[in-house]
Design a protein around this ligand. Structure first.
Ligand code: FES
Length: 258
């Protein structure tokens, strides 16, 4: 195949000699370019993803996908925007599965097990089968955070579930119909509001903002034209990578520490 570009979704450069491999989408065989993500392979095969295509960057969880490989009994899970196609991959697009989502007032709940019992009682049906963990495309120890919540360990559950992208694969596979991703969100909210130490410097900065200490910067930005704003963005100073705590910007005009 001659070198070429195609521009469905993000631009993809196809290198000369790229092979085509067979995959199955809802049972129908297609030949797609090796190295494409599942999402791009769907588009290459002619599908148009009009709704629910999400961020295409592994962040939003809208593209969770289930698949099997030839002669392998296991169900596999991945994000369609991140997982690359493999020969003889059998893809099945699963429609959205509704999950019970409780509403609550954060000012009226407490960071302990009684809140979990009241708002998400099905959490305690956990059989520790670990199916949820195996289904997670983010490799989160889902069962472990559910077990932490059953012990009332909000901090542990918040920490373990930190990378959750709310795709719902855990709930879809759970034989006990637990709403893992929603109860984990509750844990992180409880942790943020009641458990983690307060950031004093952040509280101070919020007070400064309320007192109008930064208004002149906003006024300055608002007075700039689009072109000037773009240039300002392009010219901005970058922190070094890896971060050096001794680093300071050359232009300290906007550096308000006190
Ligand atoms: S589209 Fe957002 S995670 Fe894949």
């Amino acid at each position: 195949m001659a070198e070429q570009e195609y521009t469905i979704g993000e631009k993809t450069i196809v290198l000369e000699g790229t092979k085509k491999i067979p995959i199955y989408i809802m049972g129908k065989r297609y030949e797609v370019l090796e190295g494409l993500t599942i999402m791009k392979a769907l588009e290459f095969a002619g599908y148009q993803i009009k709704r629910g295509c999400g961020c295409r960057a592994g962040i939003c969880g809208a593209c969770a996908t289930v698949y099997r490989l030839k002669d392998d009994y296991r169900l596999r899970f991945g994000l369609a925007c991140q997982t690359t196609v493999e020969p003889e991959m059998y893809l099945t697009q699963i429609p959205f599965v509704p999950a019970n989502k409780t509403t609550y007032n954060m000012d009226e709940i407490t960071p302990d097990v009684s809140t979990i019992e009241k708002l998400y009682p099905e959490t305690f049906r956990c059989l520790a089968c670990n199916t949820c963990t195996k289904a997670c495309p983010m490799e989160i120890p889902v069962m472990d955070y559910i077990q932490a919540l059953m012990r009332g360990d909000i901090a542990k559950a918040a920490e373990l579930s930190h990378s959750c992208i709310m795709c719902g694969m855990c709930s879809m596979r759970c034989p006990a119909e637990i709403q893992h991703f929603h109860v984990a969100m509750l844990a992180r909210r409880l942790y943020g509001k009641y458990v983690q130490p307060k950031a004093e410097h952040l509280a101070k900065r919020v007070e400064q903002i309320k007192a109008g200490k930064f208004d002149w910067m906003l006024d300055e930005l608002e007075s700039l034209s689009d072109e000037e704003l773009r240039q300002r963005y392009k010219d901005r100073e970058w922190e070094p990578e890896p971060y050096d705590p001794a680093w300071k910007p050359q232009d300290t005009k906007y550096l308000i520490l006190e």
